[in-house]
Design a protein around this ligand. Structure first.
Ligand SMILES: Cc1ncc(COP(=O)(O)O)c(C=O)c1O
Length: 499
């Protein structure tokens, strides 16, 4: 098992979290008034959620869970379980800090339903992988302590080593994705959304037509919806009853004005992998660049840009690539030119008013995220040693166990659990009679299972599945999950449906 091979002791994997239950929340009007003033968007999200008398975790509406740091004060008297917002907090004081004007008036630090602290099982790897391989933590720490200086912006000594790490990582990425021959075309970004913005806006600056699909994440949809106001038109190819795109539909949607086809490699809702090779062949024949969002597949599927006919590939470090947040990139094949949409410092040629045309600076502005690149580099070591195929096989073995177990529980709807040969280890489901948010919150508060509920930033996909607007509960397995994690998740789901 991968988790064992990299030497993780189960107890080292997580700091224990302390769960709390909110025993009283202030009336909705109080909450609304606060957020209306401070942040209308959050107000509306919270308003929607708190209208429903369910269990809600605190990490909704922009409030993030934080690990427990030891303050076990119980504020208020007679804590008891009532509807409210179970979640994870550092201390009682932290609660009032996180939600000003304090909707929480009392906290109960009794741990789980059984009263014992248990390790949290993390099954939300599609959002971000956690934990990372030890080598990634160590690689970042070592680099940042030793060389963390800025290439092109300091004297030669330390910066040379930073520059060589950045250059080497670009070369490694080109090899990893069998992409451009010129490593300068491996442009770094903050994450996949940033890379997709660069690619989509840069390919459609002068207007034109784009083909995308119903399987897209908001990181593709929102730039396209934004460009609609600037005259760019888009056809969204539907997914069939099997959750997959028909490449012939993509072909039909391509017209003389089409400047870009932008497609998701694997859905973050269903885990279904699209037939990119067939679309790539069509795009090649039609002479239209294909941009692929490989956020969910990088690190678990072998991706050859050349073989699949991909012109532009957007990836992110922090998901199955097992690298940190804040680093990702866009690889641009030779023959495709992405227009600049951002301008700024590059550390050289400072007297020139126009931003340089050459890659990577053409699409990179400001200082590179060096510690992110160091983490990415260490993650590439890990992926070279274990290989995406091996990691995928490990995850799919756990996926089979999860899908088989869930399939035996009555009252669950599983969304496209098969065909497994077209899947990555992501499974969306719903529990009859329970809102997905309630399921997610109860899995966390009662069983210490961390999953994700909702629309997962892919509203069109849920419309296709019939799960819009409430969404689904999503289990996403990572390289460092174990069979024990899946057993615990299955037991938790069985307990939730017990009358
Ligand atoms: C399919 C897909 N595309 C894009 C993204 C955005 O990734 P990032 O957070 O790295 O911007 C995600 C993240 O959930 C995703 O699943």
């Amino acid at each position: 098992m991968l988790a064992e091979r990299v030497g993780f002791e189960p107890t080292e994997r997580f700091q224990p979290f302390t769960r709390f239950r909110v025993v009283r929340i202030q009336p909705l009007c109080h909450l609304s008034a606060h957020f209306q003033k401070k942040c209308p968007q959050q107000e509306s999200n919270l308003h929607r959620r708190f209208r429903k008398p369910l269990f809600y975790p605190l990490n909704y509406g922009g409030v993030q869970p934080v690990p427990f740091a030891g303050d076990r004060r119980i504020i208020g008297k007679n804590p008891r379980w009532v509807k409210g917002a179970p979640g994870l907090v550092e201390s009682a004081a932290d609660l009032s800090y996180q939600i000003p004007s304090c909707i929480i008036t009392s906290v109960n630090t009794q741990e789980t339903a059984s009263g014992s602290i248990r390790e949290t099982v993390y099954l939300n790897n599609s959002a971000t992988s956690f934990p990372k391989p030890e080598a990634v933590y160590r690689g970042m720490d070592h680099f940042f302590r030793t060389y963390g200086d800025s290439p092109d912006r300091t004297g030669p000594h330390v910066a040379l080593r930073s520059a060589s790490l950045v250059d080497v990582t670009r070369e490694r990425l080109c090899r990893f994705f069998d992409g451009p021959d010129d490593p300068a075309r491996a442009v770094f970004s903050y994450n996949a959304s940033d890379a997709l913005n660069t690619g989509i806006l840069g390919m459609l600056t002068g207007g034109g037509h784009c083909v995308a699909s119903a399987a897209e994440h908001n990181s593709v949809l929102r730039p396209l919806w934004h460009l609609k106001e600037r005259g760019v038109t888009t056809d969204y190819v539907p997914v069939g009853d099997d959750g997959l795109l028909d490449p012939a539909d993509v072909e039909r949607a391509i017209g003389p004005q089409t400047k870009l086809v932008a497609l998701n490699h694997a859905s973050n809702v269903t885990g279904l992998v699209q037939d990119i090779a067939s679309v790539g062949a069509i795009c090649k024949e039609k002479g239209v660049p294909l941009l692929v969002d490989a956020s969910q597949t990088t690190g678990v599927l072998d991706i050859s840009m050349k073989k699949l006919g991909i012109s532009l590939l957007a990836y992110t470090g922090h998901k199955s690539m097992l690298a940190p947040t804040g680093i990702g990139g866009l690889l641009v094949m030779e023959g495709v030119e992405v227009m600049q949409t951002r301008f700024g410092g590059t550390g050289f040629d400072s007297a020139s008013r126009p931003h340089p045309d050459e890659y990577p600076w053409r699409l990179e502005v400001g200082s590179v995220n060096l510690s992110g690149v160091a983490g990415l580099n260490a993650a590439l070591d890990y992926l070279e040693e274990h290989t995406p195929a091996e990691i995928h096989e490990h995850e799919m073995r756990l996926y089979d166990m999860l899908a088989a177990g869930l399939g035996q529980i009555e009252g669950l709807t599983l969304y496209h659990p098969v065909p497994r040969e077209k899947k990555i280890a992501v499974l969306s489901l719903n529990f009859e009679g329970m809102h997905p948010d309630e399921v997610g919150a109860r899995l966390l508060s009662e069983h210490s299972i961390m999953v994700r509920s909702g629309l997962h930033c892919a509203p069109l996909m849920h419309e296709a599945l019939g799960s819009y607007p409430d969404g689904t509960v999503r289990f996403s397995i990572g390289a460092l999950n174990s069979t024990e994690d899946i057993e615990r998740a299955l037991n938790a789901c069985r307990a939730l449906v017990k009358p």
